[in-house]
Design a protein around this ligand. Structure first.
Ligand code: HEM
Length: 516
């Protein structure tokens, strides 16, 4: 390019040049907008920023309110525009009716992509890795297969039940100590912040089940109320706190690699500093996970062949397709064992994917139980019938299958206030969806809230009514209850989530019977 020309430019020439570029861009943007394929109703978009102004100005950044507003105003199928790394802003087709979801959620569905390719994940070092954001089919299907095998196995479920019991006993021991401490009562410090406690409980549980190692978040939280020396070595506690801080930083910050353009991330100091911080944090998380994997490999080597191995996800992944695997068949590359990177990402994504959702959902469950005394009464009746007043015995797998009303409560809370309000699919080939023909790379967003509140699928959808799940032979209409998504990307942690949530409710009500 001949930069000599620019040397002779004066300030007015620069302004003219920039204005021309800007006007051309805006003109092209709106030309593309008005000539788009299958135009649908939706809020009017702006160049570079899509519908961000409406989300922030009209709804104070609350995207749930924005989605509900769009559903009410524009109907079952509409479009919105959001910022997405490479493309500045991208059109999403929002689907709010379950009969539009056949091509995504049926068993025959072949649409597996969640988001289109962009540069961000490559920079973050997660491109083609793990399960959640993987856009490489071969790698995703392999990781997904191992992830599901490890986490959905009956042995893993038993392990989950065992540790749910053990950690809840630990949680109660902290509550007992706090409740009886006079000085704490005096300082009014003993008020239970259920949401905080459950967050730490849930993190300790998921880390134990996936890595086989203990973290001590509940202990750390407990220690903030007392001056005594903790029982556990302080370095172990500090390590778990650092790990969880890094996980939280990742959850709150990684989206910068998806929604902010590479130019801003590389050259504008505010975004660059944030991106660098997340990259450094990712390095730390990788290092911690690698250390845990190395340690477990060594432990497995030291366990004699005739002794059983634990059933945490890490152990299952390390031994998968090796001679320690009971289902091992020598079959070459097809059945090769998992690499360190594959294991690392599965662990990280499992912990990230499972932790905050369960903790948030539990807070809502407690809220709805306490707000509805009839529901609480029925729940206690079911629990009393099963446990016959025995407060000490651990909860078993059979209990899990018999706690039908507790399960109904969890499902009803998930219906009325879904933790994930929407999930995405991007089609990689032309398809007909919701009566329109769409080209490859079209992005769809499935609005869970709208479907869970649709009067055509649910009687009195605004009413919190767990009994609707108890009617004999009741089955929700096809794709009208989608708390865990569906199709090829259905949440693999669903069984674990249900075990944890149902058991935690029972433990809380059996032991404590919280007042309204
Ligand atoms: C109440 C708890 C939970 C809820 C509501 C929930 C919900 C969801 C939803 C809606 C999706 C997207 C599904 C789709 O795109 O069709 C998802 C994906 C996923 N969830 Fe969960 N989840 C929960 C707990 C867990 C737990 C405990 C784990 C792991 C231990 C987990 C791991 C994952 C993973 C790895 C994916 C990505 C799957 C893929 O992309 O193939 N989730 N979850």
């Amino acid at each position: 390019m001949n930069f000599k020309l620019l040397e002779n430019f004066e300030i007015n020439d620069y302004i003219l040049l920039l204005s021309t570029i800007l006007i051309t861009h805006v003109a092209y943007y709106y030309y593309s907008y008005f000539t788009r394929i299958n135009p649908l109703p939706g809020p009017f978009p702006f160049p570079f920023i899509g519908n961000l102004p409406q989300i922030y100005w009209l709804f104070n950044g609350d995207s749930r309110k924005f989605y509900n507003y769009c559903y009410e105003k524009y109907g079952d199928i509409h479009e919105i525009y959001s910022t997405y790394s490479n493309f500045a802003n991208v059109r999403s087709i929002v689907l709010c009716r379950s009969d539009y979801l056949e091509n995504f959620l049926s068993e025959k569905s072949t649409h597996w992509m969640r988001l289109p390719n962009c540069k961000g994940p490559e920079e973050l070092g997660i491109e083609g890795k793990g399960v959640v954001f993987n856009t490489n089919f071969k790698s995703w299907i392999r990781n997904r297969h191992f992830f599901s095998q490890a986490i959905l196995s009956p042995k893993f479920a038993n392990e989950a039940i065992h540790w749910t019991n053990v950690l809840f006993i630990e949680l109660e021991s902290y509550w007992d100590k706090l409740f009886f401490k006079e000085e704490i009562i005096k300082e009014n410090k003993n008020i239970l912040n259920i949401s905080q406690w459950f967050n730490h409980y849930s993190t300790d549980l998921i880390i134990k089940l996936l890595t086989g190692e203990r973290s001590y978040l509940m202990t750390t939280y407990f220690n903030t109320f007392i001056d005594e020396k903790p029982d556990n070595p302080s370095e172990i506690i500090e390590d778990s706190v650092k790990l969880v801080q890094a996980l939280n930083k990742h959850i709150t910050g990684y989206s910068i690699f998806y929604i902010i353009s590479p130019f801003l991330r590389h050259y504008i100091p505010f975004f660059k500093n944030k991106a660098d911080d997340i990259l450094q944090n990712m390095g730390f998380l990788n290092q911690v996970m690698s250390t845990i994997i190395k340690r477990r490999r060594k432990e497995i080597e030291d366990i004699p062949l005739n002794e059983p191995l634990p059933h945490d996800m890490l152990t299952s992944m390390i031994i998968k397709n090796t001679f320690r695997d009971v289902n091992y068949i020598e079959a070459g590359e097809v059945a090769r064992s998992m690499t360190e990177t594959e294991i690392r990402f599965s662990l990280l994504e499992g912990i990230l994917g499972g932790n905050y959702k369960n903790a948030n959902m539990f807070s809502f469950i407690i809220y709805y139980i306490l707000k509805n005394p009839d529901v609480k009464k029925k729940m206690i009746e079911e629990i009393d019938k099963i446990f016959q007043g025995d407060k000490i015995r651990p909860i078993t797998k059979d209990d899990f299958y018999n706690l039908n009303y507790c399960e109904a409560i969890v499902k009803e809370v998930a219906r009325i206030i879904p933790i994930m309000r929407s999930f995405a699919r991007c089609i990689d080939k032309t398809d007909e969806i919701a009566g329109y023909k769409w080209p490859a790379d079209t992005l769809f967003r499935i609005n869970i809230d709208a479907i869970h509140y649709n009067k055509n699928y649910w009687e009195e959808p605004d009413k919190f009514n767990p009994d609707r799940w108890m009617v004999e032979g009741f089955e929700s209409k096809k794709y009208s209850f989608i708390m865990f998504g569906g199709g090829l990307r259905l949440c693999p942690g669903r069984k674990l989530a249900m075990i944890e949530l149902i058991f935690a409710c029972v433990e809380l009500l059996v032991e404590i019977k919280p007042r309204n």
